[in-house]
Design a protein around this ligand. Structure first.
Ligand SMILES: NC(=O)c1ccc[n+]([C@@H]2O[C@H](COP(=O)([O-])OP(=O)(O)OC[C@H]3O[C@@H](n4cnc5c(N)ncnc54)[C@H](OP(=O)(O)O)[C@@H]3O)[C@@H](O)[C@H]2O)c1
Length: 311
């Protein structure tokens, strides 16, 4: 397929772009960076240096041509959630980088005579809010905190795509890969032997190995049976305590010292909630549709993520 990719230069995109190329797809990537994949040379890969959240970018001829030619679009764009302190300005950026990008995209799609056949749009399990006890499936109601609000508005913006375009929304869980995300932050501490659960350890972590997420995006693009909203998480969520113990085991290091919540709150403000609270999410629709996870269980997922030679 000819694909247009937004927000695919980051932690997920680093694996997704080469994976989609390997499958034979043709890719135009939109990125604010000049050369996010400097080492990647392929006739089937092009990059446009534009900010997709800026309305002016959508007057760019190169982008409009790539969109008109695209059979599928993948939109993962958004300011990183748990990297900086959540000031009022940062909250606004978290929201607008996602909503504005998605809105400009679907508006540009609506102006085309032949819009792309499929849009795969990211959302997050934060849609459901957080809970120690509830279990969430796709039909569960949304939560009430700020992340839930971002997800609700992000999904609503994507839903405004032209009706002929099949929409797949992925409510993504904690993505596991050694070079980024939550695991990327925990690994160095565990390597030193000081690793442990963050916060109480009782919060739920609904995770997915990055390779399974890439396989899921490819399947959602290619398989017309995929339609609507899916929880993009492995079948067995765990708690932070269980996760830290499994990580310690995978690395042959102890899981010892809990990282106290106040330290994170100091660093991230309200953003600490992303790590200190969680949600137990089941991939009901993926299982019903027979999606087969390569890493359904945490020990194998962590072994592969901490030792990329295994996968
Ligand atoms: N990783 C996870 O565990 C996880 C979990 C749930 C949901 N998600 C969601 O999945 C998406 C991809 O995740 P990721 O881990 O790959 O994220 P990432 O590494 O932070 O990459 C985010 C992407 O969004 C673009 N971006 C960042 N800030 C932006 C801004 N202010 N305006 C416009 N574009 C911006 C970046 O593109 P350029 O810098 O190239 O312009 C980058 O390609 C994100 O939206 C994230 O919220 C991720």
């Amino acid at each position: 397929m000819r694909l247009l990719l937004l927000g695919c230069s980051g932690f997920v995109g680093r694996e997704l772009v080469p994976f989609l190329l390997e499958l034979g797809h043709e890719i135009t990537l939109v990125s604010r960076q000049r050369q996010p994949f400097a080492a990647l040379v392929s006739e089937r890969f092009a990059c446009l240096q534009l900010d997709p959240s800026d309305p002016a970018s959508w007057d760019n001829l190169g982008l409009l041509e790539a969109l008109a030619a695209a059979e599928g679009v993948v939109n993962l764009a958004g300011e990183p959630i748990a990297e900086k302190r959540w000031t009022a300005a940062h909250r606004q950026l978290l929201m607008e980088s996602r909503i504005a990008t998605t809105r400009h995209l679907v508006e540009a799609m609506a102006r085309l005579e032949h819009p792309p056949q499929v849009l795969v749009n990211a959302s997050a399990v934060g849609y459901y809010g957080t809970s120690l006890t509830a279990e969430f499936i796709e039909q569960s109601p949304g939560g009430e905190d700020y992340l839930a609000e971002i997800c609700r508005r992000w999904e609503a913006a994507a839903a405004a795509r032209p009706p002929s375009c099949r929409l797949v929304i992925l409510r993504i869980g904690i993505v596991l890969g050694a070079d980024g995300g939550a695991l990327g932050k925990m690994l160095p501490v565990f390597r030193l032997g000081f690793g442990g659960p963050v916060g109480s350890g009782r919060q739920w972590m609904s995770w997915i190995h990055r390779h399974d997420l890439c396989r899921l995006v490819a399947t959602a693009l290619e398989d017309p049976r995929f339609q609507g909203t899916y929880n993009a998480v492995a079948p067995e969520p765990t708690t932070m305590g269980g996760f830290a113990a499994a990580l310690g085991q995978a690395m042959g290091r102890p899981s010892l010292l809990p990282v106290p919540a106040p330290i994170l709150q100091l660093l991230l403000g309200d953003g600490a909630q992303v790590v200190l609270e969680g949600q137990r999410v089941r991939p009901g629709r993926l299982l019903a549709q027979g999606f087969s996870f390569q890493y359904p269980e945490l020990p194998a997922a962590l072994a592969a993520a901490t030792n990329p030679a295994l996968h």
